[in-house]
Design a protein around this ligand. Sequence first.
Ligand code: HEC
Ligand code: HEC
Length: 218
Amino acid sequence: MTQYGQNKAGSFRYRRPEHQKQSFFSVMLVFMVSIMLPLAVQVEGEPNALCTGCHNEDGNSVTPEFPKLAGLDAVYIAKQIKDFKNDKRVSEIMGPMANQIPDKDIGLLASYFSKQKRSVGIVTDQQLAAQGQQIYDDGIVSSAVPACSGCHGEKGEGTDKFPRLAGQHTVYLITQMNNFKNAVRNNDPRKVMRAITMRMTEQDMKAAAEYITSLKGE
Ligand code: HEC
Ligand code: HEC
């Protein structure tokens, strides 16, 4: 009988019965190497299956409540994971998830998702999107709301500090704006987003989100 076992280091052992031919061993060696390769790549930065269940393999979640992570800067992603772990950003869903990520894996996960290509969102109301573009590009003078583009980029591409917004789900965008407004989310440095959303109406937020989801980030 041929036996396979897995030792503690995760590599495969093969115990070859004495009577079997060398050629069979060579075939098995190729087979073993081929199954070990994907294992090694996985360790190097494939996303945790835990994350992809909600955020998808390519970082473009298909559930509007779960943010797309694809194309967010790795520094921003790492900050958010640490904020969830330290309860600086409170979420009943993400808190327990972040607590399961060892500190040494934060960088790997952040790098993986940052390298994925962000998909574009779906606009259902062109008129609303046009109002949103005005807010995004020029702000709202009467209520002293600054242009979003000033920080998040003209195409919503974002930076390491200002998250990429382009193509993000409208539901998630509106939830986050309300979370800032109600100080449910408090992890924005110098309270920038809390100050801005305080001056925005529900209609302003919906319009901004409808335009932002159409952006390609380039
Ligand atoms: C059960 C679904 C679920 C799972 C599993 C999950 N997340 Fe999340 N994730 C969410 C939700 C919901 C949010 C938004 C939280 C909030 O309300 O602030 C989020 C937010 C995030 C954010 C912030 C994104 C942004 O734009 O600010 C990051 C980063 C993130 N998740 C990474 C991960 C990683 C890494 C894993 C795997 C260890 C993971 N998530 C697993 C649901 C999930
Ligand atoms: C002065 C800079 C600045 C301006 C202007 C600005 N933002 Fe932000 N925004 C930020 C920062 C910083 C964060 C991330 C905070 C953090 O570290 O979690 C953020 C986060 C967000 C998020 C959460 C994204 C995510 O992935 O969770 C949304 C949504 C958002 N901003 C929308 C807007 C909109 C809409 C406007 C225009 C009305 C705007 N922002 C203008 C600085 C800015």
